[in-house]
Design a protein around this ligand. Structure first.
Ligand SMILES: [Zn+2]
Length: 710
């Protein structure tokens, strides 16, 4: 799965908004803008949120409060000015004719009263006038827009960032509840229907079961699986996922569609859509609150996830009159639901060892249905968490499912604790390989909360996780080599490291083994496996970097690295030189936008380990790496390595460097056998002799300028 690391400085994050100085407020706004945008990308683009909805809302709220206190400090990239999210690179982009805004949230009755008062004020109504509000459930799925021309479906798109989404026309056609042709004839020539694509609980459970069986990635919740299923490049896969669509309103229409939302919804239903139900036309706050409570009660019996209810002004002329904020309409609001909870028993506490050796305690629960989804595990985060909450095996606990994250243990019901229960003791050795465990000392002087196994490649969990990561979707993407198969080959000592994967076929051919005779394998599946392994040998540079499993290096970071270094050999050379923190190479890597010292150090640390370096170098002989060319333009200087010495008359050093880098070349400080050109200005130093000694081509300034122009 994807990850984007957050490396902002959280110095003022704990200061109350009322106490922030102006200088601190600027820092905080900058930090929040960055953090929120990263969470947006994780949520919208990778369908893989790292924090719960309520944590996300808290960040938003803090940003809002600071901006309210210091309106003159609002940043250009403020989250309040953008609708958030992102667009996948794999689909064609579509501009929405009218933006698909998101809704602002309220959390309680006060929020609702404020909303109604505000509407009253903006419409300039007297207090006796009835404001009709349409209430409907807010489906926790993927917002989509479907465009019809003369009743024919012509375009489907995701919401994306609100202004631009992805073209999912072929995929939306195979979603249940999406008519390819509309039922009525007297409809606008152009009509856009908006709604939510979602996955039912049963289908979600079934899909994860199949994914697991086939050694593929499982989804965290129905929304993620809906997103993943909808954005398949092959619509046949989408069709098999049994997605559904609820329509809730219309967007663009070439002429009049309706004057109230309530009637429009009924018309949309007649067109052949399924509406998000139950909905109600309410005439006062009490009716709205009754509806809310009814939904909270019904929630667990629904076969789909909802994360709130929506209140919208019924009259379209009133909607138009009070209009929009930058990011959300003023005429609608979402009322959040409380997180769903359940009571169950912790059977055992297991320790999972991750790819980077982190030890994560997991509570194995007596299965419990929380809001329609069967929960069997809950994360206990780390040792501190267990200690703080005093969670023990056999305890009765309250678990919470917040929709988008792994279920958590909220509290222990101490009154139900058995008399003979024992305090949980965290192991002092890795439960998997018996190696020492440590917690890293942070720059703040405190120990990291995560405890790690130091076993590295002797730790089977770490090795298996690393192998799984290596072949995963964003890594080498080797189909047919999932968790189950990796474990099988590992147990047979056939795949112990990355290289073994590429030597498997040779060893099979040399009759060192005969895989097709092994249980679960046949001629065809072995043939297919080798085919997909061989296919993976042609690999983009960023995929390989991601696949290595370097700490803090997710896909996004891997792309930054690939785009910067462009060539893997060059990258490795530079990383090795970077071990010297005074070097230009070190300065280069930590100056790459989006990387910085924390990630940079982690990369350097990884290759400092001889085993990792050797393994990576050996890998190169098995792979055909697609390096990055400069902005897709073939430049004859692409990937060429330059060294500059002496003084140039027409350009400064940094101008020279910039010019070369723009053409896809690299500038390094030392002459090595990899250097292609030395540019020698006046008063060249010892580099000139060195270049002559090892036959590096030497260019005078004039020759260099000619080369640039040719
Ligand atoms: Zn271990």
């Amino acid at each position: 799965m994807e990850e984007l690391m957050i490396t902002t400085n959280d110095k003022f994050g704990s200061i109350n908004v009322k106490k922030l100085s102006e200088r601190q407020a600027i820092q905080e706004l900058k930090r929040l803008a960055k953090v929120i945008s990263i969470h947006n990308i994780n949520y919208y683009k990778y369908s893989n949120p790292k924090i719960s909805d309520s944590e996300y809302d808290a960040l938003w709220n803090r940003n809002k409060l600071i901006e309210e206190r210091f309106p003159h400090l609002i940043q250009k990239d403020s989250p309040s000015l953008t609708v958030g999210s992102g667009v996948s690179d794999d689909f064609k982009k579509v501009k929405h004719i009218e933006p698909m805004l998101s809704l602002s949230n309220i959390f309680d009755e006060n929020g609702l009263n404020e909303f109604i008062t505000q509407v009253n004020k903006l419409l300039d109504l007297n207090n006796n006038e009835i404001i009709e509000i349409v209430t409907e459930p807010k489906i926790d799925g993927i917002s989509a827009s479907i465009l019809y021309e003369n009743g024919e479906l012509i375009l489907g798109s995701t919401r994306g960032n609100g202004f631009e989404g992805e073209d999912i026309t072929e995929n939306i056609k195979v979603v249940n509840g999406v008519p390819k042709k509309l039922n009525l004839n007297d409809i606008p020539e152009i009509l856009e229907i908006r709604g939510e694509v979602y996955m039912k609980h049963d289908d979600f459970a079934r899909l994860n079961k199949v994914q697991k069986k086939n050694g593929k990635q499982t989804y965290a919740n129905p929304r993620n699986s809906a997103a993943g299923s909808l954005r398949q490049l092959n619509p046949d896969i989408t069709a098999k996922r049994n997605l559904h669509f609820f329509a809730y309103t219309w967007g663009t229409s070439s002429n009049y569609f309706n004057s109230t939302l309530w009637e429009a919804r009924h018309k949309i239903e007649q067109l052949g859509f399924v509406l998000n139900q139950p909905s109600k036309l309410c005439r006062n706050v009490n009716e709205i609150l009754n509806y809310y409570n009814e939904i909270v009660e019904k929630r667990s019996s629904l076969d789909f996830d909802i994360d709130g209810v929506v209140y919208k002004l019924n009259r379209i002329d009133w909607q138009k009159k009070i209009g929009l904020r930058t990011r959300s309409p003023r005429w609608a609001v979402a009322h959040k639901l409380p997180a769903e909870k359940g009571v169950t028993v912790v059977d055992t506490i297991d320790i999972q060892v991750g790819r980077t050796g982190s030890l994560t305690p997991v509570a194995r629960l007596k299965p419990i249905n929380v809001g329609g989804v069967l929960i069997t595990n809950a994360t206990l985060h780390n040792f501190h968490e267990i200690q703080k909450k005093d969670i023990r095996e056999g305890d009765t606990v309250v678990v919470q499912r917040a929709g988008d994250v792994i279920p958590q243990v909220v509290e222990v019901l101490f009154s139900k604790r058995k008399k003979n229960s024992k305090k949980y003791v965290f192991p002092d050795k890795c439960p998997d390989c018996g190696s020492e465990i440590i917690s890293e000392l942070l720059s703040t002087g405190e120990h990291e909360k995560t405890i790690r196994c130091t076993g590295g490649i002797v730790c089977s969990s770490q090795v298996l996780e690393r192998l799984n990561h290596f072949v995963s979707l964003n890594g080498l993407n080797i189909e047919g080599l999932g968790e189950k198969q990796i474990k099988f080959f590992w147990q047979k000592s056939l795949i112990m490291n990355f290289i073994d994967i590429f030597e498997l076929e040779k060893r099979n051919r040399n009759k060192k083994i005969n895989i097709s005779n092994e249980p679960g394998w046949g001629e065809q599946s072995v043939f297919n496996l080798f085919k997909s392994i061989n296919k993976s040998r042609n690999v983009e540079m960023f995929r390989l970097i991601y696949a290595l499993g370097i700490r803090h290096v997710g896909v996004q970071t891997a792309k930054l690295i690939a785009n910067y270094y462009k060539n893997l050999d060059f990258f490795l050379d530079e990383i090795l030189s970077s071990q010297d923190k005074e070097s230009e190479s070190y300065n280069n890597i930590i100056s790459i936008e989006g990387i910085g010292p924390k990630i940079g150090d982690s990369i350097i640390e990884y290759f400092k380990n001889d085993k990792n370096l050797e393994l990576t170098k050996n890998l190169l002989s098995h792979l055909n790496i697609k390096h990055v060319s400069f902005e897709g333009v073939e430049s004859k200087l692409n990937n060429k390595i330059f060294v500059v010495t002496g003084t140039l008359q027409n350009m400064t050093r940094s101008q020279t460097k910039q010019t070369l880098e723009k053409m896809g070349a690299k500038v390094t400080s030392a002459i090595t056998s990899k250097t292609d050109f030395l540019i020698a200005g006046s008063n060249p130093g010892s580099k000139l002799q060195k270049a002559k000694d090892i036959n590096v081509k030497i260019l005078s300034e004039k020759e260099f300028l000619n080369l640039l122009e040719s």
